[in-house]
Design a protein around this ligand. Structure first.
Ligand SMILES: N[C@@H](CCC(=O)N[C@@H](CS)C(=O)NCC(=O)O)C(=O)O
Length: 236
């Protein structure tokens, strides 16, 4: 019979197709080669499993590991890395690990959240957040210039993809869509050549490529999100 370590694990991911936060978890699971069941949620009619698994935020992604819920995408990625040791996502060295966590948090606070705000705002409020977003991109460009070169294509270093790559990866598929829908521009190959090179390499990674979404489908979805937040429907 199977030993303890070999016992069958139940891994379930509650998600929604258009979420960059969910996509990160799919990338982390695929990177580790972990089998999982994907359950698509209806966020207009959340399942009781979602509500009981993530009672505080009631958001996806939720990872259920043998029935235990883990929430918040960065927490989930760290959990996956701690539980399944193959193909480490975070660096082994404590200082490198701390630096990876620093950049992941920077991306989350200064880029991911700001992009979300820029999508659902207009006028002066949007101008302010887009300015902050551009400044954050410049800071990230500096880190990319320092860290990446012809031999080191990813923030994960010699091992290839790592924590920062998985956390940042959504920009390759989502930012262009959100820029179009929100009517602003933050990514510019002239201004962030290293980030653009990284993006070009990231989308070609065999485990990433098939998971990228068609732009047209996302534009329609994010237009609805923007309109819902701005109440444009009500004004019509
Ligand atoms: N900080 C969270 C963000 C998750 C999030 O915002 N999920 C959205 C989908 S993209 C959601 O479930 N929204 C449902 C709601 O706000 O009711 C994470 O990193 O997991």
């Amino acid at each position: 019979m199977a030993s303890g370590a070999m016992q069958e694990e139940q891994v379930k991911l509650l998600g929604i197709w258009f979420s960059p936060f969910v996509r990160r978890i799919e990338w982390a699971l695929k990177f580790k080669g972990i089998e999982y069941e994907y359950v698509e949620e209806d966020l207009t009619n959340k399942s009781s499993l979602l509500l009981t698994s993530n009672p505080v935020h009631q958001k996806v992604p939720v990872l259920l590991h043998n029935g235990n819920p883990i929430v918040e995408s960065l927490v989930i990625i760290e959990y996956i890395d701690e539980n399944w040791k193959q193909n480490p996502i975070l660096p082994q060295d404590p200082h490198e690990r701390a630096k990876a966590r620093f950049w992941a948090n920077f991306i989350e606070q200064k880029i991911t959240e700001a992009t979300r705000t820029a999508l659902v705002t207009e006028g002066e409020q949007q101008k302010k957040v887009v300015k902050e977003l551009k400044e954050a991109m410049e800071v990230l460009e500096g880190e990319a210039a320092a860290k990446l070169n012809d031999k080191t294509l990813f923030f994960g270093g010699k091992n290839g993809l790592g924590y920062v790559d998985i956390v940042l990866g959504w920009i390759c598929n989502w930012v262009e869509v959100i820029e179009e829908v929100g009517g602003f521009k933050v990514l510019d190959p002239q201004k962030q050549p290293h980030i653009h090179k990284w993006m070009a390499n990231f989308v070609e990674v065999p485990l990433i490529k098939p998971t990228l979404l068609p732009k047209e489908k996302m534009v329609v979805c994010f237009q609805m999100v923007r309109q819902a937040h701005l109440g444009l429907d009500a004004k019509k």
